[in-house]
Ligand binder design. Structure first.
Ligand SMILES: *[C@@H]1O[C@H](CO)[C@@H](O)[C@H](O)[C@H]1NC(C)=O
Ligand SMILES: *[C@@H]1O[C@H](CO)[C@@H](O)[C@H](O)[C@H]1NC(C)=O
Ligand SMILES: *[C@@H]1O[C@H](CO)[C@@H](O)[C@H](O)[C@H]1NC(C)=O
Ligand SMILES: *[C@@H]1O[C@H](CO)[C@@H](O)[C@H](O)[C@H]1NC(C)=O
Ligand SMILES: *[C@@H]1O[C@H](CO)[C@@H](O)[C@H](O)[C@H]1NC(C)=O
Ligand SMILES: *[C@@H]1O[C@H](CO)[C@@H](O)[C@H](O)[C@H]1NC(C)=O
Ligand SMILES: *[C@@H]1O[C@H](CO)[C@@H](O)[C@H](O)[C@H]1NC(C)=O
Ligand SMILES: *[C@@H]1O[C@H](CO)[C@@H](O)[C@H](O)[C@H]1NC(C)=O
Ligand SMILES: *[C@@H]1O[C@H](CO)[C@@H](O)[C@H](O)[C@H]1NC(C)=O
Ligand SMILES: CC(=O)N[C@H]1CO[C@H](CO)[C@@H](O)[C@@H]1O
Length: 872
């Protein structure tokens, strides 16, 4: 049975499920993957580590709440109903203003006097936990300064299964451990600043094409259901769920469920992923919010584990909601158990108390919908004119941090000696990517164009730039200071002029090229979010090839959202250096100048593999529906073998630069690997049961008590409320199927409230899964010596081979970024936890350390594994 077979009634999606099943045969012989049901939805654990105090506060608060107040807290007020990109109803009686959810994972979206940080992917390239934390903290502080309560990031979905996928740059890397560290550090940073983080998009949200039906239809694809990511249980645990486990372990307050389906069940009503994996196995105590319009049902999504409907309306500006009035009625008529709505409110309020510590929030000081100072608070209703943008400057000194992260996240892929630059005689800079967008840095809405230098992708994952330092301006300033001659041609098509420039004697030519991508609702040059190719944009390859054919000292700088194909030119002897500068944010020019001139000795590592061809990556975006009008099917048949795991398995010569690769201006020597076994003890599966579902407070069953209080405030157009308009429940619900009972359309056990058994792999009181998974089993040390003549930082990486025939050759498990003086030797220490050495055993439904011999490697990349030791 499908996890959310329970589609009907509150659901617009009733027919959807049936449609998918009926079209099963169109894909071939096998039936479509399905998701097993998992009910009931787990309620909060009063004793969870890091949550107990927040639970107690929340219990006191929620116990005072009426049913309508609880419903208000769970349901968005509708698209453009308030100032933020999403807000829920307020609880004025208890002094709680409406919670503000706001993009984005690299800075606050749509406002002003905020910073534009480097992308998550660029932060990942630093391999520096401290910088990842500081980035999160700074973003959290900025959000707090504008009145944001929930910052919608960080991102672990997409993980990066396909290099062309549009939003990979918002996340970290196609490696679960590096992404897990990015998630954990960013969550801690954001939440230490007093803002709730939101780990998204849960789960399998690996491409833009077909994620939403309307969007796909707009592009001319006639589908009636969204993409299904079909992921087997082992791959789910070992790859896609892993970084979410780290986010949960770090105490993340919210998780956003995704648009697409998993095994043909929608992300926001898939009980297997929400109830079982997230809330039961990982012991997630925070709340699950829907992606914007990713909710398709009312009661079904409630019992499948959804806690907050965003932005609240069934579709933007319908003025109707699957929850709101419908959720109030569903509790009153017994379809949705009261404990489930109590648990939603508990989870939301516990996150508030855990992270914000108070319910006395700062005012919201901006409107996402305009930069005007005065305007309507209720944007779509054009009601409530007042000051809606106070233009509060929240940037502090974050520009310095942004410059540091971007420089330390710039990967030196190749260097035959031309770098670092030292007062070069003549610098010639070539390429649009070095210059400004003629329409200004924010000239395209949500950065939906690729004009001028690329410093972030496009879509909801963006922020407005407060300024954008272009490479051209920063490099010119440096040249002037050095007494160099400097010229730039900020075009990719001025062949004759470029030739004349870079053919001169003694020229250091720096070519800037890029490749962009973003979110599916914007199509840039035929790229509907996902990239349509892996090549450079706008004649970039020809530009590099031409300049390097004229100039024997050509340095190439790439700004991109992922790997591009360097195949045709990377070996040219005239190309003396290649750098990947990721998506650096507002300080772009300064940070690349810092690296080119050696103020920052490069240390960053590529957070993905640079393959020779698009095909060499294996998995790819699905660009054409493959299931008739039904849900396109994306089968994750490669299992755990994505990115370097796939290239290593093939073992051919299709890798140009491997995952983890990055050069320095100095050199390092690795020696003396040692291993120490810890006495971690036996793994003990979790046993026992939960308490029965608690309820908090009681509620009136008289519909007269739920009527819209028109004597207290006017009804705002399209606004979503918890009230009923009439005491005729059927009319109030406006649901043509009103009257179906839970037994008629919800799956078995969906409303159970008795004690439930704990999963053996779950954490008991410890969020993130069984706590012994995080026991340290081995400590590996190695000596790293700086054998060059300048100070440098090095990123020793610890990989393991789990030894089984189905295991990747090696998998990253730990790393450090260490500053080492010339001649100095420092000790690297890496740790292997039980999880690091385990496989997910599908039969046992638990992590198991296999019998195969395990080997640890310490090296400078996934392929330069200097040292190895067999684990005793
Ligand atoms: C209740 O949900 C149904 C969809 O199941 C929707 O058609 C109806 O408009 C909703 N009612 C309200 C008052 O939003
Ligand atoms: C999807 O189907 C596969 C294969 O049957 C199964 O291993 C996996 O657990 C399913 N995942 C979900 C979330 O239902
Ligand atoms: C629900 O929230 C709205 C504001 O979003 C507020 O006006 C209303 O009073 C709230 N209702 C209850 C019952 O608290
Ligand atoms: C889309 O497919 C449906 C179902 O096959 C069909 O009824 C409809 O006419 C199609 N629409 C377009 C625009 O092709
Ligand atoms: C913005 O914040 C300032 C300082 O907290 C406050 O005085 C002002 O009322 C706020 N403006 C809005 C529109 O909330
Ligand atoms: C790849 O796509 C980009 C962006 O649309 C385009 O500029 C470029 O020309 C394409 N490359 C090739 C080889 O067609
Ligand atoms: C390198 O540059 C020189 C001009 O200095 C040119 O003659 C030569 O063909 C170039 N080599 C390549 C491989 O492009
Ligand atoms: C409830 O009443 C308001 C104000 O009359 C109206 O705008 C709204 O559409 C009504 N809602 C329903 C579900 O009938
Ligand atoms: C209960 O209310 C919900 C929400 O309006 C509705 O979908 C459902 O049909 C109702 N069930 C009964 C038994 O009245
Ligand atoms: C300082 C420098 O690099 N000078 C060179 C300029 O170019 C001429 C001709 O190619 C060389 O002979 C110089 O050494």
């Amino acid at each position: 049975m499908k996890a959310a077979a329970a589609l009907s009634c509150l659901a617009g999606g009733t027919l959807a499920a049936a449609g998918t099943l009926n079209s099963a045969n169109k894909l071939g012989k096998r039936a479509l993957e399905k998701s097993d049901p998992f009910y009931p939805s787990p309620w909060m654990n009063p004793d969870a580590d890091g949550w107990a105090e927040a639970y107690a506060h929340a219990r006191d608060f929620v116990s005072q709440m009426t049913l309508m107040e609880k419903v208000n807290l769970t349901t968005g007020v509708g698209w453009q109903g308030e100032q933020c990109v999403g807000q829920v109803g307020a609880v004025p009686r208890l002094g709680l203003r409406s919670l503000c959810m706001q993009d984005a994972p690299l800075g606050i979206r749509g406002t002003d006097f905020n910073s534009a940080f480097p992308s998550g992917q660029t932060a990942a390239a630093t391999f520096d936990r401290g910088l990842m934390y500081r980035r999160g903290y700074a973003m959290g502080k900025e959000a707090k300064g504008k009145g944001v309560n929930v910052l919608l990031g960080p991102v672990a979905g997409p993980l990066g299964r396909m290099p062309a996928a549009g939003r990979n740059w918002e996340g970290f890397a196609p490696d679960p451990v590096l992404t897990g560290v990015g998630m954990s550090e960013t969550v801690k940073g954001i939440q230490d600043a007093g803002v709730i983080a939101c780990a998204k998009h849960f789960i399998g949200n690996e491409q833009e094409h077909f994620r939403q039906v309307g969007e796909a239809q707009g592009y001319g694809f006639n589908i009636t259901e969204t993409l299904s990511s079909n992921i087997d249980d082992k791959t789910m645990h070992e790859m896609y769920l892993w970084p979410f486990a780290d986010a949960v372990r770090a105490g993340v307050g919210s998780v956003m469920c995704s648009y697409q389906q998993v095994n043909n069940s929608y992300g926001c009503q898939n009980s297997k992923i929400l109830n079982d994996l997230l809330k039961n196995e990982l012991g997630f105590q925070g709340f699950v919010m829907s992606d914007w319009q990713a909710q398709h049902t009312g009661a079904a999504s409630a019992v499948a584990g959804l806690d907050m409907s965003m932005p609240g309306d069934t579709v933007f500006n319908s003025g109707r909601s699957f929850w709101g009035t419908n959720l109030t009625l569903a509790v009153l008529n017994g379809t949705v158990p009261a404990y489930r709505v109590d648990d939603m409110a508990m989870r939301i309020m516990a996150s508030v108390f855990k992270v914000s510590k108070t319910t006395d929030f700062d005012p919201i000081n901006f409107s996402f919908w305009t930069l005007d100072t005065y305007g309507p608070v209720h944007w779509v209703a054009k009601k409530g004119y007042q000051e809606i943008n106070s233009h509060v400057d929240v940037r502090e000194d974050h520009g310095n941090l942004i410059r540091e992260i971007a420089a330390k996240g710039t990967v030196l892929l190749k260097n035959t000696g031309s770098l670092p630059l030292n007062k070069p005689k003549f610098v010639a800079v070539v390429g649009e990517d070095a210059g400004p967008n003629p329409n200004g840095p924010n000239g395209c809405s949500d950065r939906g164009c690729n004009d001028g230098t690329l410093a972030m992708g496009w879509g909801s994952g963006t922020a407005n730039y407060p300024y954008l330092i272009t490479p051209d301006s920063a490099l010119q300033a440096q040249a002037v200071q050095d007494g160099s001659r400097y010229e730039s041609i900020l075009s990719n098509y001025a062949a004759d002029k470029t030739k004349a420039l870079v053919s001169q004697d003694n020229v250091t030519a720096i070519v800037f090229v890029n490749a962009d991508s973003g979110e599916g609702y914007i199509n840039v040059d035929g790229n509907m979010g996902d990239r349509k190719n892996l090549t450079l944009w706008r004649n970039g390859d020809n530009l590099v090839k031409s300049v390097s054919s004229w100039c024997p000292n050509t340095i190439v700088v790439i700004h991109s959202t992922g790997p591009v194909l360097l195949t045709e030119w990377y070996e040219s002897p005239n190309i003396t250096a290649i750098l990947w500068a990721g998506l650096p944010g507002q300080e772009s020019g300064n940070s690349i100048a810092d690296v080119l001139y050696g103020k920052v000795n490069p240390t960053a590592r590529s957070p993905f593999t640079w393959g020779k061809t698009r095909e060499s990556y294996g998995a790819d975006v699905l660009y054409k529906p493959n299931n008739g009008n039904g849900a396109p099917q994306q089968d994750f048949t490669e299992g755990v073998f994505i990115d370097y795991r796939y290239f290593d398995k093939k073992g051919d010569d299709s890798v140009i630069y491997e995952f983890g690769h990055g050069l320095s201006y100095t050199t390092f020597e690795y020696s003396n690997i040692r291993v120490e076994k810890s006495n971690a003890g036996e793994y003990k599966p979790t046993t026992g049961t939960t308490p029965a579902a608690p309820t908090f407070g009681n509620y009136s069953t008289d519909l007269n008590d739920y009527l819209f209080p028109s004597d207290q405030f006017p009804y705002v157009y399209q606004y979503l409320y918890p009230y009923v308009n009439t005491t005729d429940a059927k009319k109030a619900s406006d649901d043509p199927h009103y009257g179906q009972t839970a037994a008629e359309f919800l799956p078995p056990h969906a409303t159970d409230d008795d004690a439930q058994p704990l999963l053996r792999s779950s954490g008991g009181n410890s969020p993130g899964g069984n706590r012994q998974l995080y026991d340290i089993m081995y400590t590996i040390t190695a000596d790293i010596k700086n054998t060059g003549s300048i100070v440098g930082e090095e990123v020793p990486q610890l990989y393991v081979s789990l030894g089984g025939p189905d295991d990747p050759k090696v998998a990253l498990r730990d790393f450090d970024r260490m500053r080492i003086d010339p001649g100095e030797t420092k000790q690297f220490t890496g740790r292997l936890t039980r999880r690091d050495l385990s496989n997910w055993d599908v039969a046992a439904q638990d992590w198991v350390v296999s019998e195969h011999e395990k080997t640890a490697f310490v090296g400078r990349s996934s392929r330069k594994l200097d040292l190895k030791v067999v684990l005793p």
